[in-house]
Ligand binder design. Structure first.
Ligand SMILES: Cc1cc2nc3c(=O)[nH]c(=O)nc-3n(C[C@H](O)[C@H](O)[C@H](O)COP(=O)(O)OP(=O)(O)OC[C@H]3O[C@@H](n4cnc5c(N)ncnc54)[C@H](O)[C@@H]3O)c2cc1C
Length: 442
């Protein structure tokens, strides 16, 4: 570099999910040559489109199609596969730990924190050992194989108690993630039992447990009540105002006194900001989120931004009624905040004024299994059943990043429509060394 020539700024994006991917895509498109370099760090080599995880778990979409490979789409960025374990913003360095355990220090000039959220666990005996979350593509694949392999095991045992346990499935947490996971997996299992001689749909027990008095707070109370009715009509038991007290050894005890054994316990009772943030010198709110201005800048810092689930961003559409209101953790905000982040970071680089993020939450679409859904748009367009399900698919397809993924997902749906869905358990994936070890011992 010639003497006196300006060095390109080094932008570090921590997390390659919704916010990370969309921000990096925008920056690589808009940055001038040699204006800045962009590095994205994520433990996964892909972004996960989480709203499609329930359909991936149910076999309506190939799991590889709900993720977007970072290296393939971020051709003008540097992608590091590793976990950021510490950020020292005062020294402008981040510590990155790779899968093999070695650590590196990455230096930067501008920081974008896009670390998302993690499952919020409660101190319930047995939860950590027996529970499975529903936030990653790995968990979706695991649950699909697990549920189908429970059917295989139940068909192959003569022990009635074990059979009952194998055929009992519980989801704890009635937000959209929990309700969609339950509805899609139940729908898949209901379809699958036609291939079993001794199992019918009524032999399975599907249970939803929710601590508050309603499910799906993302839709109106009326739509929440409708969703409970739809689930109950399918034979799913819904416990409202109920908490799990113990899950030890798969023995579920609820605080209303209900007890039963279940071999599948899915935990979707809320999320919390990525706890790694505690290992940074960024200012955090009482919920552990990065405190931000409406321009998405980290409070008090001119060279750091945050957005998405890990950020406390003022919700300007609600601050008139509640000055402390912040944006809820949702894909809707994450994508739009990323779109605002791009011009704001460019404005900072070019010495221009940044603009605030304003978006009014537009409602939700949710799938309740094949051809069933519920939709609430702005509290005005409320749809149920087939129409809502169609809108859910159309909306999320339009939001899925990259043309490539959109087309692949459409072909998955077409294939499932023509040939019906695949209901085969690939349980071996969970333990690939078993056969090899057995062969070595023989
Ligand atoms: C099953 C499910 C269904 C959903 N459905 C909807 C829906 O219908 N509508 C809606 O609006 N929202 C929905 N959401 C919520 C939505 O997906 C999230 O709000 C959104 O993903 C938040 O985006 P983000 O970029 O903040 O976080 P994420 O997309 O989670 O990205 C965070 C990234 O950070 C990475 N990361 C984590 N730790 C580290 C680390 N230490 N170092 C580096 N990188 C790290 C992660 O690997 C991840 O890639 C759903 C969520 C789930 C789980």
């Amino acid at each position: 570099m010639a003497k006196g020539k300006k060095q390109p700024k080094r932008i570090l994006i921590v997390g390659g999910g919704y916010v990370g991917l969309y921000t990096a895509l925008g920056l690589q498109k808009k940055l001038r040559s040699l204006e800045a370099s962009v590095t994205v760090v994520d433990p996964q080599p892909h972004m996960t489109y989480q709203p499609f995880l329930p359909e991936a778990a149910a076999g309506s979409i190939e799991p590889r199609h709900v993720v977007v490979p970072l290296r393939k789409v971020l051709r003008r960025c540097h992608v590091l596969t590793g976990r950021v374990t510490k950020i020292d913003h005062a020294a402008k360095t981040a510590t990155v730990e790779s899968i093999d355990g070695h650590t590196d220090s990455v230096e930067y000039d501008l920081l974008i924190s896009a670390l998302g959220s993690v499952s919020r666990l409660l101190p319930i005996p047995g939860l950590e050992e027996r529970g499975v979350g529903f936030k990653t593509v790995g968990e979706a694949i695991y649950l699909r194989n697990h549920v189908l392999s429970r059917l295989d095991l139940a068909e192959s045992t003569s022990d009635p108690e074990l059979r009952r346990k194998l055929l009992s499935f519980v989801v704890i947490g009635g937000g959209y993630a929990g309700v969609e996971a339950l509805a899609e997996l139940e729908d898949m299992a209901r379809y699958a039992v036609r291939y079993y001689d001794t199992i019918s749909a009524k032999d399975m027990r599907w249970v939803l447990v929710e601590a508050s008095n309603r499910i799906m707070p993302e839709v109106s109370a009326k739509m929440g009540v409708y969703t409970v009715k739809v689930l109950e009509k399918r034979g799913i038991e819904v416990f409202l105002d109920t908490r799990a007290k113990s899950l030890e050894n798969g023995h579920v005890i609820l605080d209303d006194g209900t007890e039963f054994d279940a071999d599948t316990i899915i935990w979707t009772a809320g999320v919390k900001a990525n706890p790694m943030l505690a290992n940074t010198d960024l200012p955090l709110d009482q919920r552990g989120r990065v405190r931000c201005t409406a321009e998405l800048q980290v409070e008090g810092l001119s060279d750091a931004w945050a957005a998405g689930d890990n950020a406390a961003v003022p919700d300007l559409s609600r601050t008139a009624e509640d000055p402390t209101a912040t944006c809820s953790p949702s894909a809707q905000h994450a994508v739009r905040q990323a779109k605002r982040l791009v011009p704001n970071v460019l404005a900072a680089l070019r010495g221009k004024k940044q603009k605030p993020y304003v978006h009014k939450y537009q409602g939700s679409v949710a799938s309740l299994g094949l051809y069933k859904g519920v939709t609430d748009v702005l509290g005005v367009i409320r749809l149920k059943g087939f129409l809502a399900w169609g809108l859910h698919r159309a909306y999320h397809l339009s939001r899925m990043p990259t043309f490539n993924r959109k087309v692949r997902i459409m072909f998955d749906w077409l294939g499932a429509f023509v040939f019906r869905r695949e209901v085969i358990s690939m349980g071996q994936i969970q333990d690939p060394k078993t056969e090899f070890t057995r062969a070595a011992k023989s």
